[in-house]
Design a protein around this ligand. Structure first.
Ligand SMILES: Nc1ncnc2c1ncn2[C@@H]1O[C@H](COP(=O)(O)OP(=O)(O)O)[C@@H](O)[C@H]1O
Ligand SMILES: [Mg+2]
Length: 139
């Protein structure tokens, strides 16, 4: 599926709709540059999973993983600060991947080889000031 988003609100809505089709144990891998909308999309997913207050769905400064308790828990990984590709082991990530919530991973390019074979791949790209291309594929 391919979407063109024309505003952050559009991107939130795309995330919200996607979340309705997600279930416990699903992993969503986000690929794309800085500012392409990965965090905005994650807020939309959080909203769609029933999280009331999405203010804290942001890019944390020091932590790699943040857990949000919606109707379905959201495990939000931001791997920008991950030093080496394999340091993900130290996070105990498979407990999350195969846990009771939905996992969303920003900067998934850093752990491409460690992603579970079944995941949702989302590629975001900046097309203009407020235009973003969002391509969703089920792997
Ligand atoms: N259509 C759009 N979708 C998402 N974000 C947009 C869009 N248009 C402009 N923006 C802006 O782009 C930035 C995206 O930031 P963010 O989601 O943090 O990116 P990333 O997590 O990929 O680095 C925000 O400042 C947001 O307001
Ligand atoms: Mg981000």
């Amino acid at each position: 599926m391919k979407f063109i988003s024309k505003s952050p609100e559009d991107t939130i809505e795309i995330g919200e709709k996607l979340a309705k089709r997600l279930k416990k144990g699903d992993v969503v891998a986000l690929f794309g540059d800085f500012g392409s909308g990965k965090t905005v999309l994650t807020k939309g997913i959080a909203k769609g999973l029933g999280l009331k207050d999405t203010r804290y769905v942001n890019s944390p400064s020091f932590v790699i993983i943040k857990e949000h308790k919606g109707k379905v828990p959201l495990y939000h990984f931001d791997l920008y600060r991950l030093d080496r590709p394999h340091s993900l082991d130290s996070v105990g990530y498979d407990d999350y991947f195969y846990g009771d919530g939905v996992t969303v991973i920003e900067w998934a390019e850093r752990v491409k080889k460690e992603l579970p074979p079944k995941h949702v791949e989302i590629r975001l790209a900046v097309m203009g000031d407020s235009k973003r291309k969002i391509v969703i594929k089920k792997r």
